[in-house]
Design a protein around this ligand. Structure first.
Ligand code: NDP
Length: 335
């Protein structure tokens, strides 16, 4: 039987994404076949489909760095037919067909069983962005940052990682300060749980190597001068988690925050995170995330809408999370 997929092809330097019909024999190697319900649009999907970063390594390839669905067949120990599973990153949309399709075949090592409290749609409303936000929260906890230590700064607040980080941290009792370029969205950020909103321009220009101590911890998805300023403003023995590069991939900083204030810069990688860490992150999401907050701004689109949203996310014009219903009729549009 055929199924629909959004396939990326490359002509010269131009990448295009087209809806195609594929056969099961087109699927790649793996010991689990999944009937996909939903995928999502992450910043990395925007970079992959625009070619801004060389994420897709072989063409043609089904794009989409994550998916959620139910297991159709499995020879992988511990994964049974009918299990609800989620896959985030690994080789998806890099060297292996990704989540913008009605079907996928992958190694069972790439799959996490979705906790009972979450549906496949919830899992993609959370997506790689939300799971990465949880990895940041876990790193803050591992660094000893408890709510009584002080304010937590979240940069890129209106984005996928930022919005889920705010919701998670506020549910856990932290006082969250949200940094954004979209001050007109302050009400949305407060609804997510931000106690205070600051203009991202106060952080985005090169600043002093150390400044007044403000943050007990931070979740930074922006990088560049913003991350340097966040480090400079972090309190003694604070923890800054760095997961993104929305402003830039440079880090124009000095060693002073580390050697004068004992600040920890915790790197966050969701792509190759060990299975045990993924399972912990997903079970903590099921426990700690208030999905009602997330769903207030989650949009649902169909496969044909993905390229347009992937372009908008690179311009910082997408708020919160976008779920892709891979089984929606081809003429389905933003709902
Ligand atoms: P989004 O596009 O949803 O969010 C990024 C946000 O950053 C924007 O909404 C905007 O927030 C802010 N922003 C955008 N451009 C700039 C700029 N020039 N200067 C300062 N702030 C800016 O992306 P995601 O949340 O999905 O991902 C965020 C980052 O994290 C990306 O760089 C992505 O590649 C990375 N990432 C890394 C992962 C990992 O494993 N390490 C996994 C997932 C994501 P606002 O409008 O509020 O200012």
């Amino acid at each position: 039987m055929t199924f629909k997929a959004l396939q990326a092809t490359k002509n010269g330097n131009t990448i295009s994404a087209n809806l195609v019909e594929m056969e099961e024999t087109d699927l790649m190697a793996g010991d689990v076949t999944v009937k996909i319900d939903y995928s999502t649009v992450n910043y990395k999907d925007g970079m992959a489909l625009s070619g801004r970063a060389p994420i897709i390594q072989s063409f043609p390839l089904v794009a989409g760095i994550d998916f959620a669905g139910s297991v159709e067949s499995s020879s992988h120990p511990g994964i049974e037919v009918g299990d609800k599973v989620v896959a985030n990153s690994w080789g998806l949309s890099q060297s292996h067909h990704g989540g913008y399709a009605q079907k996928a075949r992958v190694s069972g090592e790439w799959l996490v069983k979705i906790p009972d409290a979450l549906s496949t749609k919830d899992a993609m409303a959370i997506g790689t962005a939300g799971y990465t936000a949880m990895l940041c929260v876990l790193a803050l906890e591992q660094g000893g940052i408890t709510p009584d230590r002080g304010d937590i700064l979240v940069t890129g607040a209106n984005g996928g990682v930022g919005s889920v980080a705010i919701a998670l941290l506020s549910s856990l009792g932290y006082r969250v300060v949200a940094s954004t370029g979209r001050l007109d969205e302050a009400d949305y950020l407060r609804e997510l749980g931000a106690a205070e909103i600051i203009d991202r321009h106060t952080l985005s220009e090169p600043g002093a190597p150390v400044g007044a101590e403000r943050w007990a911890g931070a979740v930074d998805s922006v990088g560049s001068a913003t991350l340097a300023n966040v480090l400079a403003q972090t309190r003694y023995r604070g923890v800054v988690t760095a997961c993104g590069l929305a402003q830039g991939l440079d880090l124009p900083s000095t060693v002073l925050p580390f050697i004068l204030r004992n600040v920890t810069l915790a790197g966050i990688d969701s792509v190759n995170a060990p299975q045990a860490v993924r399972i912990e992150a997903w079970s903590r999401i099921a426990r700690d995330l208030d999905l009602k907050k997330l769903f207030r701004t989650t949009k649902v689109i169909g496969l044909p809408d993905v390229p347009a949203i992937a372009a908008l996310i690179l311009e910082g014009k997408v708020q919160g999370r976008t779920v892709v219903d891979v089984n929606a009729a081809a003429d389905n549009r933003l709902s």
